[in-house]
Design a protein around this ligand. Sequence first.
Ligand code: PRP
Ligand code: URA
Length: 209
Amino acid sequence: MSQITVVDHPLIQHKISMLRDANTGTNEFRKLVEEIAMLMGYEALRDLPLEEVEVKTPIETCMTPMISGKKMAIVPILRAGLGMVGGILALAPTAKVGHIGLYRDEETHEPHEYYCKLPSPIEQRTIVVVDPMLATGGSAVSAVDFIKSHGGKHIKFLCIIAAPDGLKKLSEAHPDIQIYCGHVDRCLNDKAYICPGLGDAGDRIFGTK
Ligand code: PRP
Ligand code: URA
């Protein structure tokens, strides 16, 4: 099983409650998704490797830790994952950004791939996959399958809301990845939407439908 971390800081819980509110409009929803991504990223990146470097303070020269040169890639699952990219980039501005385009078939709920591009060399990067919703887990499993098939190894998956089914499916399919979520909701409904959830994350971020 993967390492699963629920990042339940009060600020994240508060902002998720605002996201859930059907009266929260597109502009505010987008800002909240980005803020939550940054707060979650702060926790998810706490194991970034450090190296001691020499710095000359106004007083004396000392050895002091800085993030080592390890490369990072942020990979949003389109569309909704795009809403989280800015929040992670605020923490790691030099990260490269890949894209994985997947949509869920409305009937079967199976993911369909329509666009994938990853930064190279992907095998040397810490890869942060972002998608606000982990429902059945089909999209997340496909995205991680794709990244691994291109050589990706060090993978973290960040979602804002997870369903128990999706967490189980992703952690069983990819036990070596680290999964971070802001809240684990109750269940899926018969259309595979998360309950209570927040509705369709892509539509709420982009103001569609
Ligand atoms: C949503 C969401 C995830 C997926 C989760 O995307 O952003 O990618 O569903 O569902 P799953 O865990 O059951 O696969 P959607 O397919 O609606 O596409 P969109 O982001 O373009 O709206
Ligand atoms: N995708 C969403 O955007 N919301 C859900 O509840 C499930 C999948």
